[in-house]
Design a protein around this ligand. Structure first.
Ligand code: PMP
Length: 408
């Protein structure tokens, strides 16, 4: 079992008071709080080692470059990738997906097809939709009734030999852990490339991109306690080689003449400009923190918390959980009979409870459930069952308050 009380000392923000009440932070699917060791790593980099990377041959630049390249190795090992050249640092999951979709613009043609699921976050939806619009390729969507992909529909779509399947590892709306083993195998049998959006999954699934045979994988650092503005695009080497760099500039070239330029080797050809090297260095520290706690211990504890949240929320009258996935990780979304999610979330905030409300950047997924907005509770390993109890009590109090207003 994780020493949660001790762990909470690593996150001073968790002791914040909101209107005099203890903060109950249950919006970890949006972003995680950052532990002291990660903040300290950033501070010490700026205090002792900071210089632009890959630019100078003086000591500070070499130290900074070394720390950045070491971070790449840490990420490679964390993801189970074969080589560090397959790890591209980006600004986040959204940036990674855009880099891949835009990079394939000359590879996709009018008779091709791209497949996504109905549960995708807009970030793993719009770049592929636009790529299809631009190239004339077909954009196919796998339906996900009750939060599970319809595998028969998927097989039918695959029989049309799509070029690429883009799918989330874990849905940020329903918490569905996608059956990626089977989806990847079927995609490959049909000759398609699989792109996995790991923005939510990275926190919950013990991911080994090479063993699991993912062609592309991406995530954002801030979802695993790194700073915002750093992310990763993993791709099998031959596929990353196929991507046309969307951004040109310093750092991504070999030679430049008045007429043309040659590209630097991977991963640099996809990392134009000064990268967010402090972010990458801090992300590596966050990964070490995860490794110290143990990925399995974190997953077991978070699974227990999310199951507990589903159980407790289901006991609240007038509350409806969205989706009943076979395997759930990290999040539970719901709607209330008598209140709009925005109203509920702002009252909950006054009670110290921070949960997400709105469309969750997943409008097609919400449409499947016949709603336009929802509330979402997403615990992390520094949360407790007592906080879930408090959140459910606060939801009941919010409902009571609203029904008294309505009666007046
Ligand atoms: N995909 C999923 C499933 C997500 O949950 C998110 C973040 N909410 C993203 C992509 C985009 O991540 P970011 O905003 O960090 O780029």
């Amino acid at each position: 079992m994780l020493p949660v009380a001790k762990i909470r000392e690593d996150f001073p923000i968790l002791s914040t008071k909101i209107d005099g009440r203890p903060l109950i932070y249950l919006d970890n699917a949006a972003t995680m709080q950052v532990p002291l060791c990660v903040l300290e790593r950033l501070r010490s980099h700026y205090l002792h080692d900071n210089a632009n990377i890959h630019r100078g041959i003086y000591t500070l630049s070499e130290r900074s470059t070394q720390a950045y390249e070491d971070a790449r190795i840490t990420v490679r090992d964390f993801l189970g990738a074969d080589s560090k050249e397959e790890i591209v640092f980006t600004q986040g999951a959204t940036d990674s997906i855009n880099m891949a979709a835009d990079g394939l613009r000359e590879t996709l043609h009018i008779n091709d097809m791209i497949v996504i699921t109905e549960l995708e976050h807009h970030s793993n939806f719009l770049p592929w939709q636009r790529l299809c619009h631009r190239t004339g390729a077909t954009f196919a969507i796998i339906p996900c009734p009750d939060g599970m992909p319809d595998m028969e529909a998927y097989k039918k779509i695959l029989s049309q030999n799509p070029k690429l399947v883009a799918v989330t590892q874990v849905s940020n709306l329903t918490g569905t852990v996608m059956p990626l083993g089977e989806m990847t195998r079927l995609a490959h049998e049909a000759g398609a490339v699989i792109f996995v959006d790991g923005a939510q999954g990275i926190r919950h699934c013990d991911t080994h991109v090479s063993a699991e045979d993912y062609d592309f994988y991406c995530f954002s650092g801030h979802k695993i306690m790194g700073p915002a503005g750093i992310g990763v695009l993993y791709g099998k080497r031959r596929l990353l080689e196929m991507l046309k760099p969307s951004r040109l500039g310093g750092g991504m070239v070999g030679t430049v003449t008045g007429q043309d330029f040659t590209e630097a080797p991977l991963p640099y050809r996809l990392e134009a400009g000064t990268p967010n090297y402090p972010g990458a260095i801090a992300l590596a520290e966050a990964i070490r923190y995860i490794d110290r706690l143990g990925r399995k211990a974190i997953a077991d504890y978070e699974n227990m918390l999310v199951d507990y949240a589903v159980e407790k929320l289901s006991e609240v009258a007038g509350l409806h959980v969205l989706g009943h996935p076979v395997n759930r990780a990290g999040v539970v979304s719901f709607v209330l009979d008598t209140m709009h999610p925005y109203d509920a979330a702002s009252i909950l905030d006054k009670l110290g409870v921070a949960i997400r409300s709105g469309t969750h950047c997943a409008q097609p997924a919400l449409q499947r459930f016949g709603v336009t907005a929802a509330l979402r509770l997403s615990p992390a390993f520094y949360n407790t069952r007592a906080e879930i109890d408090e959140a459910c009590l606060a939801i009941r109090q919010t409902q009571d308050l609203m029904s008294r207003w309505i009666k007046k």
